[in-house]
Write a protein that binds this ligand. Sequence first.
Ligand code: HEC
Length: 200
Amino acid sequence: MKKIKILLICLFISACAAKDDYPGVEYAPNMYHSVPYEPLSQVKDKEIGSWLDSNPEDNHGEFYNSNPYNNYEMTMREPVPGTVKRGNYLPYRIPKDSIDLASKLKSPLEDSEEVLKQGKVFYTRYCIHCHGEKGMGDGLVGVVYKGVTAYNSRAVKDKTEGDIFHTITHGKGRMWAHGSQISIEDRWKIVKYVQTLQKQ
Ligand code: HEC
């Protein structure tokens, strides 16, 4: 009896064992292999798939995560032709405390009348009430809020475009951040306009 038990245990263990690419029997495979298709993966379990093709008796269906119904068995489809990307700029990831790094950034926008014109519109919308029409810190709110530095002051007149972009995005000292309100492109347009005020 004892011998039979040992034999049975040995048989059981060898039947579960992994061989070649086969990982062996997995307990509760749904914990390892997603039942629904993973939306952002284009995994095709090719190796294990072909192993299972030649060992169909071991194919319990739990290893195959690619979608047989889409082109190339992708779990995600290509966007429709002509799909327009939302915004042409990558998210700005330089953290608030790294202004030295930010100050080396160059504006992605060309100097042009059009950019300056639009920059002025956004400046009027988001900055003028503190910084004033000519950037002297004398806007209606600035007069009360106090401590709004003039752009042509010694402290600010040589600030680089990257530095100003960073200040708009994260704020600085008593100035609040504007990154959540103004798109990256529009921030760069404001920077172009602020640079004309630094040089007056
Ligand atoms: C609520 C008032 C307020 C608004 C709105 C505001 N600022 Fe400021 N800004 C300040 C204050 C106050 C300072 C001085 C910050 C400090 O040094 O404490 C400042 C400083 C600055 C500086 C100089 C930063 C430096 O390096 O010393 C720049 C550049 C600037 N602001 C640009 C802008 C732009 C561009 C906008 C519009 C997108 C804007 N600000 C909107 C209040 C404001």
